[in-house]
Ligand binder design. Structure first.
Ligand code: AHM
Ligand code: MG
Length: 351
């Protein structure tokens, strides 16, 4: 991983060597003869909306953006003002470029078709969680935007259909997240590795800061809401106990870290090695997280970085979606850790 230094006192000189997100996307596009530049434009829209959300998040506390918006989304969860704001900004930015024919969002019950002339015949659909972990906003903890891009499967001259959105994760053209943390970063993949860009708010530009990100095969961090422990199935309980046992050869006990913000937990584990999991529990056989706009994009990123993502027994990317807001258990992160948890689950499948 190449890290570029922007902390030098001679910042102007250093900046000359930095690659911006826009330059990087165009450079990649030139590596593929026949590429139309559509994806570059979609990234332009995501970049713009991310900057607006960054600005708003950084005003949280002094502007009227913190707290509940007074409505519930389709999942029956309180919508935060920022959820509503971010949803509108991403929708508007994606609609304005005319390359996307519709989006599906955690904040909308149904998919939204873009019907203006500009979008007619567009080839792509976007699925998005505009602000994941938004309940953390009020307490100044990192949150993120998660996105996933597919080519539509319906004829471009007809209406957008549900099938355009209900595609398995293996069909993703690109996916990524923006983490609004101690700094804002955009991390994405188009299936050619994972790259991360750090936002310089003073000039409003994302710079390539983490090139070709790789997740260590053996991590030492496990991230789960252990408050749900009593409700977990036996295999998951046994795995948590395994993480806590002493074994010098595997560097156990592991460290427990849980922010409660998928993007932030995933990002840390991507950099340091670890596993994030949200299993099924009690009366929630499918866990909490949504397959299409939370799990699939993270699974694509994890695999592209050398990691794995599973629902406990199957590869997340191969699950066949049947509903827009479908949930699935998720185990994602360092390859060997996901292997281990799957093994524990299989061993205790009948207990
Ligand atoms: P959200 O999309 O409503 O924000 O829910 C998803 C979030 C994840 O970011 C996070 O990992 C998880 O829910 C936390 O849930 P819990 O508080 O049950 O641990
Ligand atoms: Mg979410």
């Amino acid at each position: 991983m190449v890290k570029q230094d922007i902390t030098s006192s001679n910042t102007e000189l250093q900046l000359k060597n930095l690659t911006t997100l826009g330059e990087f996307v165009i450079r990649k596009q030139h590596e593929y003869p026949g590429a139309t530049g559509d994806l570059s434009q979609i990234f332009g829209a995501i970049r713009l909306a991310s900057k607006l959300v960054h600005r708003e998040i950084n005003k949280a506390g002094i502007a009227d953006i913190v707290g509940a918006a007074g409505a519930e989304n389709i999942q029956g969860e309180q919508q935060q003002k920022l959820d509503v704001y971010a949803n509108e900004k991403f929708k508007a930015a994606l609609a304005a470029r005319g390359l996307v024919c519709g989006i599906a969002s955690e904040e909308e019950e149904h998919f939204v078709e873009f019907t203006h002339d500009l979008s007619r015949g567009s080839k792509y659909v976007v699925l998005i969680d505009p602000v994941d972990g938004s309940s953390n906003i009020d307490v100044n903890v990192g949150v993120g935007t998660i996105f996933s891009i597919y080519k539509r499967v319906s004829p471009p001259d007809g209406p957008v259909t549900l099938d355009d959105f209900l595609q398995p994760g293996t069909e993703q053209v690109a996916a990524g997240y923006v983490i609004f943390g101690s700094s804002t970063m955009l991390v994405y993949t188009t299936g050619q590795g994972v790259n991360g860009f750090t936002f310089d708010p003073s000039i409003g530009v994302f710079y390539l800061s983490h090139e070709n990100m790789r997740i260590p095969e053996d991590g030492h961090i496990y991230s789960v809401n252990e408050g749900n422990y009593v409700h977990f199935h036996q295999g998951v309980k046994k795995y948590i106990k395994y993480c806590q046992e002493i074994d010098e050869s595997t560097n156990r006990p592991y460290t427990s870290r849980y922010i409660g913000s998928l993007v932030a937990d995933f990002h840390r584990n991507l950099l340091k090695g670890g596993i994030y999991f949200y299993p099924s529990y009690a009366n929630n056989p499918n866990g909490k997280l949504r397959l299409l706009y939370e799990c699939n994009p993270m699974a694509f990123l994890a695999e592209q970085a050398g990691g794995r993502a599973s629902n406990g027994s199957q590869r997340i990317l191969e699950l066949r979606p049947t509903e827009l807001h479908q949930r699935t258990p998720l185990f994602v992160g360092s390859k060997n850790m996901v292997d281990d948890v799957e093994q524990h689950i299989a061993e205790h499948a009948n207990s």
